[in-house]
Design a protein around this ligand. Structure first.
Ligand SMILES: C[S@@+](CC[C@H](N)C(=O)[O-])C[C@H]1O[C@@H](n2cnc3c(N)ncnc32)[C@H](O)[C@@H]1O
Length: 256
């Protein structure tokens, strides 16, 4: 039977089903082509007289602005950052800023990013690196992680001064699992009770310092997420952006 309407998400569950760590759809040619296009269009915007990034994207550039002029490059880890489109975006939004961008992605997306940027771009990692980063950013990616609380703990272990969860599928809803339908693939994803995410961060010693709603298009339309087929209790109107800082900032050379 042909569905009358296209559904991006389908079903409600409580248990994240067994799934590969990185969904197979994100290894596909289609996804790689989309990532190539994202980098190319972000690159095309660099150097234009007018800024090109609107506030309907991750608030990361604005949040970084007060942190960049510290004499040393700011290290930023972008979890699930695609082929590195954030790199030219930061270049565009933060003129002259020295940023050491690291992207964590699937092996295939990392290879594409290295091909697109060569040595003059982000460093790509196919697993979360160890060490310390000034900033951790995860845009529209945490909801693919079965153990999302564990991943937040791993982010915090990197001791960031700023942790940004952008495009988070979180709101005044119960936490539940659904499937994102992507050209025939069904990708398990979380929708979160926003308080559960903020509570998990509080338990890790991080407090909420910024919150906003993300206004981005779905199926070509700007507006609420297309979730009319979910019960009202499980409908999320907009994704959100949340940023956190440690309760007690530790002294860090690059952020003095
Ligand atoms: C919806 S895309 C978001 C891309 C980009 N951050 C943005 O906001 O446009 C989600 C990305 O997360 C990546 N991803 C999902 N699970 C991951 C994991 N466990 N490790 C690394 N990357 C992952 C996928 O490969 C995919 O490129």
């Amino acid at each position: 039977m042909i569905e009358a309407t296209l559904r991006i998400w389908d079903g409600i569950g409580e248990v994240f089903p067994p799934a590969p760590e990185t969904p197979a759809a994100f290894h596909s040619e289609r996804w790689l082509a989309a990532q190539r296009e994202a980098v190319e269009s972000a690159r095309a915007a660099v150097g234009r007289e007018h800024p090109s990034t609107m506030t309907d994207t991750s608030p990361l550039p604005a949040l970084l602005a007060p942190l960049v002029d510290r004499g040393e490059p700011l290290s930023v880890l972008d979890f699930g950052g695609g082929a590195g489109a954030l790199y030219p975006t930061l270049e565009d939004c933060l003129p002259g800023a020295a940023i050491d961008l690291h992207v964590v992605e699937t092996t295939a997306v990392c290879a594409l990013g290295r091909e697109l940027f060569g040595a003059d771009g982000p460093t790509f990692h196919d697993a979360l690196p160890s060490g310390r980063f000034d900033v951790v950013h995860a845009a529209s990616s945490l909801h693919y992680v079965a153990d999302w609380r564990g991943m937040l703990a791993r982010f915090v272990a990197l001791e960031p001064r700023l942790l940004v969860l952008a495009g988070l599928t979180a709101g005044d809803i119960p936490t539940f699992v659904t499937h994102q339908v992507y050209y025939g693939a069904r990708i398990p994803v979380w929708f979160f009770d926003r308080r559960a995410v903020i509570g998990a961060m509080a338990a890790l010693g991080y407090r909420l310092i910024y919150r906003s709603l993300l206004d981005c298009p779905y199926l070509g339309e700007r507006g609420p997420l297309p979730m009319d087929h979910f019960p009202p209790s499980h409908r999320l109107d907009r994704k959100c952006n949340l940023a956190f800082a440690p309760e007690r900032p530790k002294s860090r050379r690059s952020l003095r």
